[in-house]
Each structure stands twice: as structure tokens, then as C-alpha cells.
Design a protein around this ligand. Structure first.
Ligand SMILES: *Cc1c(COP(=O)(O)O)cnc(C)c1O
Length: 420
């Protein structure tokens, strides 16, 4: 799962660079990514799609560093964005707007105008009022917005409730049984051009079955749409493929795509449609880690704690979803391993990175929190006035600083006292 990491002479290396030397040069906490891990994950999707009309988009909310976007743009990826800010980022990184799809339940008018001005590939529309709003904005600009409706296929992705999006009770998408009517309505609106259909059922999905079930539901709708005289150009199957954090066994990227293509070929209604994907986690998740240093070891009658210099503001997933990340020492030590909770300095009991981990560790040691490339830095905050970590991209033996560590003055530079 992390073949860009290896133990060399008792020290963990990222490609050929020692994590110990990175920590000494750039400080901790520090995000470290591997160029080859990102590129090979994308390439696996691209190769599985070779010979078909496919656009693999990268959902840049997973990790929106300009360097990451740029690498994927150069590899030919499209992008899935969920805000005007992400569109600015993608453009700044050199993404081609005609390969950008715009998702999200709450697009505002300014974001719609921005995306229309730049000529994005498609708006994934998630509600009827959004359709009306988008039509109005596009018509006022004298254009038509390319639209795909995000349908909610009501399948259980079998993942954490906070990252499951394809169930009836979720805020996402248009209910499957309303979709045909909404398409009919959309086809009468002056500012829209119907180009696609879209679904995204959740994240960190480790089985094929929910993806296939969603595909069948969407295919059924496409058949009905064709019968109703609505001809689409593409089918967007979203993202959501899981990665191995611990002992999960998600299908390989190529296996997933092959399974979906085989199923697509059984649905005559889907013949000729271009297929889009929106993968985030499965491209960058296992291509990054968070490097942190142990500040203190502390024991209570009940527990032993390793208090580290990274915290929930740097990596929120454990606090938010009780997510598991493997945590490994950078320097292999002899001696008996003991059980530790790995916790940060933030004043919240939810501020933990790992619980009951068996480690041989001392004060000052470095720990690597693995599989932190997706929804790590992207979800970080400045809670407790903690500057965000720096980010490093390792490219074989080369090391690039792709984001500088924030400085604390910048954290309150936009704030103002009131007079009197
Ligand atoms: C978050 C998101 C994705 C990416 O999900 P991953 O699980 O990271 O692959 C794709 N599409 C939409 C609409 C999303 O919101």
C-alpha cells in the first residue's frame, strides 16, 4: 500500500530520502508526498481506461495543493471541483477548464458565472432550485450551461455515515424516482444544455457491489431518458474507491474500472456515452504521510500517552470519523513495545491520531502517520492558532517544498481591533 516507503538501515525513507533528514530540515509536523505514488495511481486508472472514451477526473478536495494538481494535469487528468475557490486553484495550477466538472449542493451565482466564463465541461446539478438558478445565470450571460444531474441511486455504500452520500436521507443529488421528471423540466429551460448523468455514492468504499448497483440504477434512468427523447453525451460514475488504511481490501483500481466497463457493456442504453470518474482518495490517499515528533510520554493510571506535535487541526480524520491511520516509528528501536494513545497538543479530548498502538518510542522520536495524502492537509485548520504544516513532495532523490509552513503572524493578519 505504501511501496514508496522503505526501511533503510533502521530508518524509514520516502523513496530514497530519509524522513529523519526531512524533519531536521523542514521541521515537524510535516506532510510528505510521493510524486511517483500519485502518478502511478492515476496511471493505473488511465491504463485501465485505455481505448475507451473516458475522462478520469481528480476530485481536488482530497488534496488541492497546486503541485498535486499540476502533476495530474500534466498526466492528462480532468478535475472535479466543489467551489469557485477550487476552480481558481485548478486554473492557477494549469488545469484545462474543458476537463473540469463542477459538483456540490450549494453553488452560488458568482461561482456559476465564474465557471461559465471559463467554460467548464459540466455542472453536476444537485437540485431543482439549482437548475432554475443556473439556467437564469447562463441565459443572462447569453449562453447555455452544460448540465448533468446528480442522481441519488439510493444504494448503501457500506461506509461511514459521514462519508456515505448515496442514500435517500443524504443531502446529495436528486432522488432516483424524481430524476426523469427533473430532466424533462430541465430540457425546457432556456439556459441549459443537458449533457450527462452523474452519481457519487460515498467515499472509502471497499466493495464493488455498491458501484455496480449504482451503475445499474443510472443505466435504467438513461434508458428512460432515451425513450423520452433526451440524449446524453456522458455518464459520470463519481469517485469513492477506498484505500487500505489498515486491513481493508478494496478492489484494485484496474479491477474496479474493468468491472464497471464490463457492466456498462451489458446496458445498450449506455453505448457510445463517454464515461467520467471523479476519484480523490484513491489517487492521493496512500501517496502521503504526516511526519510528527514525540514531545512527551505521559502515563495516567489507565493509559500511556505519546503526546506528539501534530494534532487534530493538522489531520482531522481520526477526530471527525474515528478514522484509523497506521502510525509507525521512523527510527526502529530495540526494547519492549508498549501501548500508547498518540495524541496532539490541542485542548480537546477528541484530539487523538491513534489509540492503543503498540510502539517502542521515546521522547524526541519521529512517528509517521501513514495514508494521510487525502483529506489530511485539505481539511486542516488553524484551531488553537496553530500554523499549518509545511508540505514536501519527494521525487526520487529530489525534495521539493510545495507549501511553506504557515507563520503565526499571518494567522491574525486579517483581524482588526475596534476603536474606543
Ligand atoms: C468527494 C467527492 C469525490 C471524491 O471522493 P473520493 O472518495 O475521494 O474518491 C467525487 N465526487 C464528488 C461529487 C465528491 O463530493
Amino acid at each position: 500500500m505504501n511501496d514508496w516507503l522503505s526501511d533503510r538501515n533502521g530508518t524509514l525513507h520516502a523513496e530514497s530520502v530519509s524522513l529523519d533528514s526531512l524533519a531536521r530540515q523542514y521541521g515537524t509536523p510535516l506532510y510528505v508526498y510521493s510524486r511517483s505514488a500519485i502518478e502511478s495511481a492515476y496511471a493505473e486508472f488511465a491504463q485501465a481506461a485505455a481505448g475507451r472514451k473516458v475522462l478520469v477526473c481528480y476530485a481536488l478536495k482530497a488534496n488541492s495543493n497546486i503541485a498535486v494538481i499540476d502533476l495530474l494535469a500534466r498526466a492528462g487528468a480532468g478535475f472535479d471541483i466543489v467551489s469557485g475557490g477550487e476552480l481558481h486553484r485548478a486554473l492557477a495550477a494549469g488545469a484545462d477548464p474543458s476537463k473540469v466538472v463542477f459538483s456540490g449542493v450549494g453553488k452560488n451565482e458568482a461561482e456559476m458565472r465564474l465557471a461559465l466564463e471559463h467554460g467548464v465541461r459540466c455542472f453536476n446539478v444537485e437540485s431543482e432550485p439549482e437548475l432554475l438558478r443556473l439556467s437564469g445565470v447562463a441565459a443572462a450571460m447569453g449562453t447555455r450551461a452544460p448540465v448533468s444531474l446528480r442522481v441519488n441511486p439510493d444504494v448503501d455504500a457500506g461506509t461511514h455515515p459521514y462519508i456515505s452520500t448515496g442514500l435517500k436521507q443524504n443531502k446529495f443529488g436528486i432522488a432516483h424516482d424524481r430524476a426523469l421528471d427533473v430532466y424533462r423540466q430541465a430540457s425546457t429551460l432556456p439556459g441549459l444544455k443537458l449533457v450527462g448523468i452523474d452519481c457519487h455514492i460515498g467515499s472509502q468504499i471497499t466493495e464493488l457491489a455498491p458501484f455496480l448497483a449504482a451503475l445499474d440504477k443510472v443505466a435504467e434512468l438513461v434508458t428512460q431518458l432515451t425513450d423520452a427523447g433526451i440524449q446524453l453525451e456522458h455518464l459520470d460514475l463519481g469517485g469513492g474507491l477506498g484505500i487500505c488504511y489498515d486491513d481493508e481490501t478494496p478492489p484494485a483500481r484496474s479491477v474496479m474500472l474493468s468491472a464497471l466497463f464490463s457492466r456498462i457493456d451489458t446496458h445498450p442504453a449506455l453505448a457510445g456515452l463517454e464515461v467520467l470518474f471523479e476519484f480523490g482518495r484513491s489517487i492521493v490517499g496512500n501517496a502521503g504521510l504526516l511526519l510528527t515528533r514525540v514531545e512527551y510520554l505521559k502515563s495516567s493510571p489507565e493509559k500511556r500517552f505519546a503526546i506528539v506535535d501534530a494534532a487534530m487541526n493538522d489531520l482531522m480524520r481520526p477526530a471527525l470519523y474515528e478514522a484509523f491511520h497506521r502510525i509507525v516509528p521512523v527510527l526502529v528501536r530495540q526494547g519492549e513495545a508498549e501501548l500508547f494513545d498518540i495524541v496532539g497538543p490541542v485542548c480537546e479530548s477528541g484530539d487523538w491520531l491513534g489509540r492503543d498502538r503498540r510502539l517502542t518510542v521515546q521522547e524526541g522520536d519521529l512517528l509517521a502517520v501513514l495514508s494521510a495524502g487525502a483529506y489530511g492537509m485539505a481539511m486542516s485548520s488553524n484551531y488553537n492558532t496553530r500554523p499549518r504544516p509545511a508540505e514536501i513532495m519527494v521525487d526520487d532523490g529530489q525534495v521539493y517544498l510545495i507549501r511553506e509552513r504557515e507563520n503565526v503572524e499571518a494567522l491574525y493578519a486579517l483581524e482588526h481591533r475596534i476603536p474606543g
